[in-house]
Design a protein around this ligand. Structure first.
Ligand code: ZN
Length: 116
């Protein structure tokens, strides 16, 4: 009974070495399993990244305390600040910033003292 595993391994090696249909099937099976094992972490990380982005798009951060909550909630779960009033802050509502195309940047040339 001690020799049967060796005989089994020799049979498997012969199947792999000899160009038979069974050996080719075993090689294809091993290649498929290896490919699946290599691709599975990539697929899982991609799905995790998509899920994280979906979750992030449904989150809102409190402007008063910075805590993160769901968009459907009316008030912050940590400090109780209403999200609606926090979103329309008085500073951005009263003075909307001018468009960037109307702004100019003044560049003043200066001499650099190179003697020192
Ligand atoms: Zn808060």
């Amino acid at each position: 009974m001690n020799r049967s595993p060796a005989v089994l391994w020799i049979g498997v090696v012969l199947l792999l070495l000899l160009p038979t249909a069974a050996g080719r099937l075993l090689l294809d099976l091993a290649g498929g399993v290896l490919l699946a094992l290599l691709a599975l972490p990539l697929i899982l990380s991609g799905l995790g990244w998509i899920g994280w982005k979906l979750l992030q798009s449904r989150m809102i951060s409190c402007t008063a305390c910075g805590a993160t909550g769901l968009k459907g909630a009316a008030v912050c779960a940590v400090c109780g600040t209403p999200y609606a009033s926090a979103g329309a802050s008085p500073a951005s509502a009263a003075a909307p910033s001018p468009p960037a195309s109307d702004l100019t940047i003044d560049v003043v040339a200066q001499d650099v003292d190179s003697d020192s």
